[in-house]
Design a protein around this ligand. Structure first.
Ligand code: NAP
Length: 238
């Protein structure tokens, strides 16, 4: 019961890595707030989580929504921000509007969450941001996401200095099987997973729980700040 008596806010708690984190944090005694844009998805997620769970909607792209969200949350202990989306696309073909929208969600969304969440954090509090290993191992068609992930890793290090004693860390996952890939045709997804798995030391795709463990580790370790943890089955070694 590492988190008994603590309140943990998970923006993106309705799906994938955020949902796995919410389940694990609640099982470890935390009062969990799960947040995302869709009340319906949040309620569905809540029904699968055992423990103390509150549901609140927020759209991280909208600064007013983020501000109002933290007004409702009040004081809390730890924040994590896997709730965002960033489109893929070839650099020369993707229109700049789509690229900017990706930054609005994954970069500025986390920036705004950190900004309005930080002032509500209790002593000993932490923020865990989400990047992704393309910051280190870019792929064609992922240029904008690579740029965002690199920016998030820099933001995490800078905020660890500026917001201290609040601890700020970043998790940079490899390919993890979550609904993020639900818009891909099943065959394309399967062959992408196979190809990635074959190319990395662990020879398989990651599970959301394996990233959730990392988030809870960073929240609970009082000496961890300014770190970026690559949890990627060894993909950065390729
Ligand atoms: N899965 C991977 O392979 C992988 C690899 C590298 C990095 N990552 C990063 O890990 C994080 C979590 O990914 P995941 O795979 O768990 O994704 P996911 O299953 O698609 O979940 C995304 C979550 O974000 C919420 N969300 C999206 N846009 C939002 C917005 N504007 N405001 C508030 N909430 C929003 C979604 O809920 P609503 O739709 O209800 O808003 C959902 O709860 C992301 O930052 C992703 O880039 C994932």
């Amino acid at each position: 019961m590492r988190f008994k008596g603590q309140k943990i806010v998970i923006i993106g708690g309705s799906s994938g890595i955020g949902l796995a984190t919410a389940k694990m944090a609640a099982a470890e005694g935390a009062a969990v707030v799960i947040a995302s844009r869709s009340e319906e998805r949040l309620q569905r997620a809540k029904s699968g989580i055992e423990g103390d769970v509150e549901v609140l909607t927020v759209n991280v792209v909208d600064e007013g929504s983020v501000k109002a969200f933290f007004d409702k949350v009040g004081e809390f202990d730890h924040l994590t921000t896997p709730g965002n989306e960033a489109a893929m696309g070839r650099f020369l073909e993707m229109d700049t509007k789509t690229a900017r929208a990706a930054f609005d969600s994954k970069f500025w969304g986390q920036y705004q969450a950190a900004k309005y969440g930080a002032t509500r954090l209790r002593s000993g509090g932490s923020i865990t941001l989400f990047a992704g290993i393309w910051s280190q191992r870019p792929v064609a068609g992922g240029t904008v996401v690579t740029a965002i992930n690199s920016a998030i890793e820099g933001l995490g290090r800078a905020l660890a200095m500026e917001l201290a004693p609040i601890r700020v860390n970043t998790v940079s996952p490899g390919i993890v099987d979550t609904p993020i890939f639900s818009t891909m045709p099943p065959d394309a997804k399967e062959s992408m997973f196979k190809e990635v798995a074959a190319s990395i030391p662990v020879k398989r795709i990651g599970k959301p729980e394996e990233i959730a463990k990392t988030v809870l580790y960073l929240m609970s370790n009082g000496y961890a700040t300014g770190s970026t943890l690559y949890v990627d089955g060894g993909a950065t070694l390729r």
